[in-house]
Design a protein around this ligand. Structure first.
Ligand code: IPE
Ligand code: IPE
Ligand code: MG
Length: 230
């Protein structure tokens, strides 16, 4: 493809439930199909030479869904990483998590931590899962962490700037996303990367996430004219 490849692509993977419903399946089956599509998008990102792929998998608002669905979404990373960790290793992917890990069930937290730990020395594509992530929560927890450091005299508030504040966010040292894609037809940001998206280009696709593939990803990239990081 004769276009600039965004260094950091972030995807709001929406439409799993409607995909299931449209096929006479359950919402959970839609989420399972979404996890399969995730693998394809990861492979395509590696082929295209993307550096960071952030995938919005569970928002801080998603706790308000029916209990069964929340339970399924909490079990999904356990199943996903149990099966896929060897492939992430083979593909040299580094897994990261952005989000509030404290309030997750232990087995979900363990599966996520294990994936991060096992892949931490890989230097290929960074796959950053936004899990139990909310943009407002991200900013608020960063502010609280800064206050703690100031109280301990580890930071002089006079020296605080955007670059320093960045290091307190869940995304830490990752570059801001150049391109944010939302699948599933809704045109909302749904509390995703509020600070980090200040200069990002937004791309909305009507395709439900389980149907989103390399072709759609390339289409989104083709339209991306503005790169945050040169
Ligand atoms: C997005 O798909 C995945 C998660 C929020 C976990 P949805 O579950 O929101 O699917 P729709 O939007 O209801 O179709
Ligand atoms: C955004 O989708 C969150 C994720 C993809 C994880 P939602 O379906 O949860 O967003 P709303 O509720 O339509 O805003
Ligand atoms: Mg949705």
């Amino acid at each position: 493809m004769n276009v600039n490849i965004p260094k950091h692509i972030a995807i709001i993977m929406d439409g799993n439930g409607r995909w299931g419903k449209s096929r006479g399946l359950t919402r959970s089956e839609g989420h399972y199909a979404g996890a399969k599509a995730m693998e394809k998008v990861i492979d395509a990102s590696i082929d295209l030479g993307v550096n960071v792929l952030t995938l919005y998998a569970f928002s801080s608002e998603n706790w308000s869904r029916p209990k069964d669905e929340v339970n399924y979404l909490m079990r999904l990373p356990v199943k996903f990483f149990n099966q896929k960790l060897p492939e992430f290793m083979k593909r040299n992917c580094q897994i990261r998590i952005s989000g509030n890990m404290d309030s997750l069930p232990n087995n979900t937290k363990d599966a996520l931590n294990r994936a991060v730990e096992k892949t931490k020395n890989n230097d290929g594509l960074i796959v950053n899962f936004a899990f139990n992530y909310g943009g407002r929560d991200d900013i608020l927890q960063a502010v609280c962490a800064v206050i703690k450091e100031v109280k301990k005299n580890n930071i002089d508030l006079e020296t605080m700037d955007e670059a320093m504040f960045n290091r307190f966010l869940y995304t830490r040292d990752l570059p801001d996303p150049d391109l944010i894609i939302r699948t599933g037809g809704e045109k909302r940001v749904s509390n995703f990367l509020l600070w980090q998206s200040s200069m990002s280009e937004l791309y909305f696709s009507d395709v439900y996430f389980p149907d989103f593939d390399e072709r759609h990803l390339k289409e989104a990239i083709k339209g991306c004219r503005h790169m945050v990081t040169q």
